[in-house]
Write a protein that binds this ligand. Structure first.
Ligand code: SAH
Ligand code: SF4
Length: 354
């Protein structure tokens, strides 16, 4: 990655420590937080922010006096792009510096038809400690606030253009920061802002049972992906410490409840690690575990992490896994290795020593 010189994103941030960050707020909340009258001013500010205007001076339908007042009291962006790297496949990874000095990463991934997916972080680091994941090595620094999550999308849109879908698969565990993630989703879905249908947003969790239940009952109508990784209890517990307090039977029950309430197909992410999760017994355990659920499976060959000794699965094992699932009539996809050239592929997002 190369540090950026110049450009709007690297200018000193407007406002100051006491300024109110606006990116995580809905129109009504902007109006009330700033005591704007008439209240439609909140909607005007919201629209400008999501059109990509980063300074109040550029909000041309607001009275000049109000623009000055807003500049003194509020701020559109609290984070800045510190580094940007692009890979040949059209993926772009941004390293963002937050106002307390923490660093996070956000990615924009492009498919063959030019459609872009934003992969967003929800925490600085992650405290779940999955042994195969680079972010897990960082430990948890802190939860992101709603405005910091929304700002990731604003930066990605400025740097790479329109975004078609969002996945919460960057750094962190979304369901350990549920309130902020739900608030950001409300902003993404608002018709005066990004206007993104929740069906185009996927929340990926390592399997926080209580979080899945709450999402099912009171959360936005997003898609759910669960990093199952292994359906062998001892193996899952060894690779994913979260599994000890959220054991496989409880997880399956929560997923059944979610499907009952949402009538929506869940995706299970299965990370294939040579000799640990790609064996014949893993295939059998997976098929019998998911049989009652009617989910789809996304196979993710483990992406190498320099600090780890695990090995990638052979193409032959990946094929065997895929064919066994197909034979069992379980829908299966294989994760493309987008972003690998910029260390932005799954499980490679980390700011170590940064
Ligand atoms: N914390 C959430 C979302 C972020 S992780 C979760 O765990 O679901 C995004 C995905 O990357 C998860 O499915 C995770 O299992 C997978 N992953 C982590 N490390 C990986 C690696 N080194 N190679 C391939 N996939 C990995
Ligand atoms: Fe955290 Fe997800 Fe990585 Fe596990 S896989 S350490 S939950 S980011």
């Amino acid at each position: 990655m190369t540090p950026l010189a110049g450009g709007a994103a690297s200018l000193p941030l407007a406002g100051g420590a006491a300024s109110l960050p606006l990116a995580g707020l809905l129109p009504e909340a902007i109006a009330s937080a700033l005591s704007l009258a008439p209240t439609f001013r909140g909607r005007q500010v919201f629209k400008w922010i999501h059109r990509g205007v980063e300074s109040f001076a550029g909000m041309s339908d607001l009275p000049a006096g109000l623009r000055d007042e807003l500049a003194a009291r509020a701020v559109v962006l609290t984070s800045r792009v510190e580094a940007r790297s692009a890979s040949d496949d059209g993926s772009v990874k941004l390293r963002l510096r937050l106002d307390d000095g923490s660093a996070i990463e956000a990615m924009s991934l492009q498919d063959g038809r030019g459609r872009r997916t934003a992969c967003l972080s929800t925490q600085a680091g992650c405290g779940m400690g999955c042994t195969f994941c680079r972010t897990g090595l960082m430990g948890l620094a802190r939860n992101l606030a709603p405005h910091e999550i929304v700002e990731e999308l604003l930066h990605l849109r400025r740097e790479t253009g329109a975004i078609d879908t969002i996945v919460f698969m960057g750094m962190g565990e979304p369901l350990m920061n549920r309130e902020a993630v739900f608030a950001a989703i409300d902003v993404f879905a608002h018709r005066d802002g990004p206007g993104m249908s929740p069906r185009r947003i996927t929340v990926s969790t390592c399997g926080i049972v209580e979080g899945i239940r709450r999402l099912a009952v009171e959360g936005p109508a997003v898609r759910l992906a669960v990093s199952l990784v292994s359906a062998v209890p001892a193996m899952r517990a060894a690779l994913m410490p979260v599994s000890r307090a959220n054991p496989l039977p409880d997880l399956r029950e929560a997923l059944g409840q979610y499907q009952g309430l949402r009538r929506q197909r869940i995706t299970l992410e299965v990370v294939l690690i040579d000799g640990l999760t790609d064996r014949d017994e893993d295939i059998d355990a997976l098929i019998s575990w998911i049989r009652p659920l009617g989910v789809m499976v996304n196979l993710i060959p483990w992406n190498p992490v320099p600090e780890m000794d695990y090995r990638e699965p052979s193409p032959d094992r990946v094929r065997r896994f895929r064919e066994a699932l197909q034979a069992a009539r379980i829908p299966v996809t294989e994760r493309l290795r987008k972003g690998r050239g910029v260390n932005g592929a799954c499980g490679q997002l980390a700011v170590l020593g940064g």
